[in-house]
Design a protein around this ligand. Sequence first.
Ligand SMILES: Cc1cc2nc3c(=O)[nH]c(=O)nc-3n(C[C@H](O)[C@H](O)[C@H](O)COP(=O)(O)OP(=O)(O)OC[C@H]3O[C@@H](n4cnc5c(N)ncnc54)[C@H](O)[C@@H]3O)c2cc1C
Length: 480
Amino acid sequence: MQKHSVDVAILGAGTAGLAAYRAAIAKTPNVVLIDGGPLGTTCARVGCMPSKLLIAAAEAAFHSRHSAVFGVQNLQTLVDGKAVMARVQAERDRFVGFVLRSMNEIPAEHKITAYAQFLDNHHLLLDNGDQIEAKSIVIATGSHPFIPAIFHGVGSRLLTNENLFDLPDLPKKMAVFGPGVIGLELGQALHRLGVDVKVFGVSGSFAVIKDPKIKDYALTQFSSEFYLDIHTKILSVTEHSEGVIIEHRNLQGDFVAESFEYLLVATGRRANVNKLALANTNLELNHSGIPIFNEFTLQCGNSNIFIAGDANHEKPLLHEAADEGKIAGNNAAVFPNIKLHKRRAALGIVFTDPQIAQVGMNLDQVKHQHGSCFAVGEVSFEDQGRSRVMAVNKGLLRIYAEQGTGVFLGAEMMGPGAEHMGHLLSWAAQQKMTIAQMLEMPFYHPVIEEGIRTALRDANAKLRIGSVNDCSDAFVVVDS
Ligand SMILES: Cc1cc2nc3c(=O)[nH]c(=O)nc-3n(C[C@H](O)[C@H](O)[C@H](O)COP(=O)(O)OP(=O)(O)OC[C@H]3O[C@@H](n4cnc5c(N)ncnc54)[C@H](O)[C@@H]3O)c2cc1C
């Protein structure tokens, strides 16, 4: 057994952990990065990148099949499942290779291949028997797929994002559980690649959409393309030699026993904190066992321990993990002289078609903070010029603005190019722009962004600009 004494120990060499390492090493040379592997980051190995590669293939298949609207006939679209998966895997491995190469540049004495758990606030036990004494510690251990108990009897026919992308060929028939971001993205992509897909949810939640109008619109769109039931009553799930039989009540309420080649379980993710022996620390934990922390310092309570990325479960997105790692690494290195760091405006994107974007405050947060003292501007993309030109005219954007000041609070949309519109809107949210200031910005013609202008004009017309305190009920215009 070896004992190491360091200024900063970082648990996890994913996106957050690597960012924490880079920030900490800039302040002190005595840093260690601990990870038992597999290395290469969730994003590159089994997350953002392979999922977007599969979606890119699905988009190619879809456009090939749907060009007739332009008078362009493509009589036969063939999807070669083996070639699709081979490209996903080759490009994924390339992305992972970049991460591994950048890790090779980290000096060997700063890296330990092991899993760690806490002995107390300053001491870690590694699964290779070594111990670390650290002045401060960053938890950046990521998250894992949550598998509900009903699926526990399923073995090799159960897929998650951890093994889906390793399939040598596309399956014929797949049940996707969880119409959240991951399930919806992958479910639609597999459907467009010719897999017979059914997407099931049980709780009624859907792709993290909070605005009921956007949710209704999106549900109608996706349901018209593939089987989607967000309130499924699942009766049983049984594996057999060829796949899995799912007994459920279908959308009409009828009993159905249906066989699928595979199950893809995308029913949420859980922070990797349960194996860290956090009970040995003095950290206060929330109901999920995650240390309570400050989002501007990433410090857990007043302790020497910081938590970043998916491990804190607050904003499980790649750019947030990178930001949080940097903040946590910085503060761990200068502890106890830590600083509050600025956070970016919220931005979330779902890579379905049409895409979904959430910017700034969502409708629940707007209502929580502003009561009914806000206006909603809206645009449908069904008659939007550029969207019609390109035959992608499906979508709805809703923009929220504060009564009294006209400050842009947030937006939710499903529509063409939402990944780009979401960025524009999030930049405006971060700049705390008013609707009037946003309308002063240039809009080219004809572009999809002209849709944003229509929604802004609608919001502007509904705004009563004056003192924020003037926002009495009689004065408010809220679009339900
Ligand atoms: C299918 C899918 C698609 C996604 N798509 C997107 C997207 O399009 N855009 C987006 O922004 N985000 C996306 N995400 C989310 C994004 O991938 C994550 O938010 C991000 O990768 C989290 O990074 P992290 O550093 O917190 O965790 P990770 O990259 O998972 O790193 C955690 C590391 O900790 C290590 N570890 C665990 N326990 C221990 C321990 N006890 N001791 C030492 N090391 C340990 C692990 O081995 C791992 O290397 C997607 C996620 C999934 C699953």
